[in-house]
Write a protein that binds this ligand. Structure first.
Ligand SMILES: C[S@@+](CC[C@H](N)C(=O)[O-])C[C@H]1O[C@@H](n2cnc3c(N)ncnc32)[C@H](O)[C@@H]1O
Length: 357
């Protein structure tokens, strides 16, 4: 039986080999994350080094490092150059610490907080609950507050990901119909900055937790939009600032179960005047088979970390209807979609504690 490490087997491969190959996907991911964690791409950035030189530069045990570099080459991150040197491939270069990098996302997926939680997927599927608190002592968001090192990697990973998805969103959705936009749970403002840069006549409100919005100035200043943004802080479980004619909420609802998501949407609906619009930016499930391959795995990640979920259009339609918002359209934006709703009545249901699922 031939076992490959390539991840690309011919369909004629025996099923046992295909299963082994699927399972080795976890090992391949481990090598990619460790490559990012050790800073191998940064170590090689200035040019080819021999394995021994690279091991010294990175402070690694010599023999083990040589074996690890072979594993890195087997997954396509490294190749041998002249005079026994190692060189980065294009994939390997994407793990260097520079603009457009995926280094922190690779570090996050290899972190104990994320990887060890995946070992408990069976418990999560049996119970429908996240095993995160039982494993790490608190829910994922409290954990981030108590572990600044992991939080820094996680936040940088989210910024790396959102930079990749912003452009398709601002191209797919017609923001020019609106004069003001509030980004609810808008993080450090990367999406809001991109929207305002494209639409110089619009103004924006960035709303997130105090410690998050306090770090938003560089993002807004770099895009030269800071003078058109009002920064507000608070919890979307307590309320959302009113006044805009569009409310955006990007990659937030998938972090929460239906009860909490309904409460967030209800608070947004309370802040919307009749006829105001909402744009929910998420990877929406059930739209096409290719996208669903990735989205169904993201769905498991959301379950494991925070009892969240990737939702279908129908699930969004129901959640919105419960708070007086009518779903009026869905725009595809790469892996993500923009689900658009319009407030149709003053009735948003009873604010208060989230209902259980
Ligand atoms: C996955 S991030 C998404 C950030 C950004 N919208 C994006 O698309 O990259 C979730 C955001 O929700 C914010 N958040 C979590 N709990 C919140 C709360 N109770 N009130 C306001 N924002 C909150 C987090 O601080 C974080 O910025």
């Amino acid at each position: 039986m031939t076992i490959t490490a390539s991840g690309s087997l011919p369909p004629s491969a025996p099923v046992a080999v295909q299963i082994l190959d699927l399972l080795m996907g976890g090992w391949r991911a481990g090598v990619v994350s460790t490559f990012a964690e050790l800073g191998v791409a940064d170590g090689l950035a200035a040019g080819g080094l021999t394995p021994a030189q690279l091991a010294v530069r990175l402070g690694l045990e010599h023999d083990t490092a040589e074996r690890f570099f072979r594993a890195g080459a087997s997954v396509g991150l490294l190749r041998r150059g002249e005079h026994d040197t190692l060189e980065l491939t294009e994939l390997g270069r994407a793990l260097a610490s520079d603009d457009g990098s995926m280094r922190n996302f690779a570090r996050w997926t290899g972190s104990t907080a994320e990887r060890a939680t995946w070992a408990h997927l069976a418990t999560a599927v049996r119970t429908g609950r996240s095993p995160f608190a039982a494993m790490h002592g608190s829910g994922v968001w409290e954990f981030m507050e108590s572990d600044p090192d992991t939080a820094a990697v996680f936040n940088s990973a989210m910024t790396e990901l959102s930079k990749r998805v912003i452009q398709p969103v601002i191209e797919a959705f017609d923001f020019s119909r609106f004069s003001s936009v509030t980004d609810v749970g808008g993080g450090r403002g990367a999406l809001l900055a991109a929207v305002l840069r494209k639409h110089p006549e619009m103004t924006g409100v960035l709303f997130d937790q105090p410690d998050v919005v306090s770090r938003s100035l560089p993002e807004l200043s770099d895009a030269a939009v800071a003078h058109r943004v009002t920064v507000k802080s608070g919890s979307f479980f307590d309320g959302v600032p009113s006044g805009s004619d569009l409310f955006m909420i990007s990659n937030v609802l998938h972090d929460w179960d239906d009860g909490r998501s309904r409460l967030i949407l209800r608070n947004i609906a309370e802040a919307m005047h009749e006829g105001a619009h909402i744009a929910v930016v998420e990877a929406v499930a059930g739209l096409d088979d290719t996208a669903d391959k990735a989205i169904s795995l993201m769905d498991m990640d959301m379950l494991l970390l925070c009892e969240g979920k990737q939702r279908t259009v129908e699930e969004f339609r129901l959640l919105m209807a419960e708070v007086g918002i009518e779903l009026v359209g869905v725009s595809r934006a790469g892996l993500q979609s923009v689900v658009e709703g319009r407030k149709v009545s003053g009735e948003t249901g009873t604010p208060g504690s989230p209902r259980s699922r």
